[in-house]
Design a protein around this ligand. Structure first.
Ligand SMILES: *[C@@H]1O[C@H](CO)[C@@H](O)[C@H](O)[C@H]1NC(C)=O
Ligand SMILES: *[C@@H]1O[C@H](CO)[C@@H](O)[C@H](O)[C@H]1NC(C)=O
Length: 395
């Protein structure tokens, strides 16, 4: 029982660690052609990284733009836009794998939003452009000769599907709608599209972390406490208080996440995420109901207690399922680097594995106890039965 408690606590701690560590990963990357770049940055969207050497005396910059998790049927592009933080005006480097299997890398000035990225000269000269596609990672290499003083630029990066040998229209939502920002070649600093969007992005991240930790992680752990600890006689009534402590702190943090989400929704002028929002509202309602359920709980031997149990359990499991669904909905909207989704999937797998083990252990104990009871007391006086163990126990 002590071990179970510790395991659950440890998973709580691991979860918080997972969500707080996020270092730049581009620094540890080694290019297969052994090229070395003095600066690099993990771009905030579309699993992309920019590496570069800036030479101030000649205003030249050698860049390598990497985009991971792509396929041979998608194009990739990185651009400087001297005109602003938008698509039109972008002086782009484009790469894709053509129908004969060669990797084509070329320059394309974007003159309208309805473009299929035809080849053309840019407003600055580009040499040594080439690209590679290995292990689902497209990398564009090039040397740009910029005009003097062009050390802070607007950068735009993008990826989209191929239509045969022609780049097709890219998505406008998720990371594809946000992959623009300011890049300083000298300091290596980047920001995403102005301070307004930046603070908005921060609030979206806060909302994501609060919600994934509370609704998506602590609540399932709280359910596991109730379901698996109460079979241990020594853990009665400790499981009850642990369950309440876990669920009320999850509810507290969850409501904070929920409130930031509502604020984000009301501030967003453009795209509405109705499904995510509606699930969020249902979750808040159900979570609050569970809180009242605690206060209105009939005594253990009250005739309505069975109905209360059924109600409490079904709303509880509905909350867990909806929470997990909504965390994935949110991850799709926010479209952070793939590692966050992987981290959350990892947490779910870990919790699932622990639950499976405890489930087996619980049944083992209950069945064994039943055997002992039928030996000694033919009428099974302590009220435990293999089938009823889950449904009828409880404070
Ligand atoms: C970048 O600069 C470093 C020296 O500072 C040099 O070793 C490296 O080869 C340069 N990389 C490229 C791609 O030119
Ligand atoms: C594909 O790209 C390679 C390398 O750029 C080129 O040699 C080849 O002609 C291209 N094939 C087609 C069909 O465009």
């Amino acid at each position: 029982m002590d071990k179970v408690c510790k395991a659950l606590l440890l998973s709580c701690i691991l979860v918080s660690l997972c969500f707080t560590s996020s270092a730049q990963t581009c620094n540890s990357y080694t290019f297969s052609n052994n090229a070395i770049y003095r600066s690099c940055v993990d771009l905030p969207f579309l699993n992309s990284f920019l590496h570069w050497n800036y030479t101030q005396s000649s205003n030249t910059v050698d860049i390598a733009f990497r985009h991971t998790g792509t396929t041979s049927s998608r194009w990739v592009s990185w651009a400087i836009n001297p005109e602003g933080q938008q698509m039109v005006g972008s002086q782009s480097l484009v790469a894709y794998q053509n129908s004969s299997g060669g990797i084509r890398a070329y320059t394309s000035p974007v003159t309208s939003t309805n473009t299929d990225l035809p080849e053309g000269d840019l407003s600055f000269s580009v040499s040594n452009i080439m690209a590679t596609l290995t292990n689902s990672e497209m990398t564009i290499f090039a040397r740009l000769e910029l005009s003097s003083g062009m050390t802070t630029v607007n950068q735009v990066w993008q990826e989209g599907p191929m239509n045969g040998d022609t780049p097709g229209m890219h998505s406008l939502t998720g990371g594809n709608g946000q992959s623009v920002g300011v890049l300083n070649f000298l300091s290596g600093q980047t920001t995403t599209s102005g301070s307004g969007t930046n603070s908005r992005l921060r609030r979206r991240n806060v909302h994501g972390v609060l919600s994934a930790v509370s609704w998506g992680t602590l609540m399932p752990i709280g359910v596991m406490m109730a379901r698996y600890l109460k079979v241990f006689k020594a853990a009665d009534p400790a499981w009850f208080y642990l369950h309440i402590a876990c669920q009320s702190s999850a509810y507290g943090v969850g409501v904070a996440g929920w409130a930031t989400g509502l604020k984000l929704g009301s501030d967003s002028a453009g795209v509405q995420h109705d499904l995510h929002r509606n699930i969020g509202i249902v979750l808040f309602t159900f979570g609050t109901l569970q809180l009242f359920a605690l206060l209105l709980r009939p005594k253990k031997d009250h005739k309505y207690r069975l109905y209360w149990n059924i109600y409490h359990h079904s709303v509880g499991y509905a909350v867990i399922i909806l929470s997990i669904v909504n965390v994935f909905e949110g991850l799709d909207i926010l479209d952070p680097e793939k590692k966050w989704k992987r981290a959350y999937i990892g947490i779910l797998i870990a919790l699932g594995a622990i639950a499976l083990m405890l489930e087996a252990l619980t049944w083992f104990i209950v069945i064994k106890r039943k055997g002992v009871n039928t030996d000694k007391h033919p009428h099974n006086t302590n009220g435990l039965s293999a089938n009823g163990a889950m449904a009828h126990q409880g404070v």
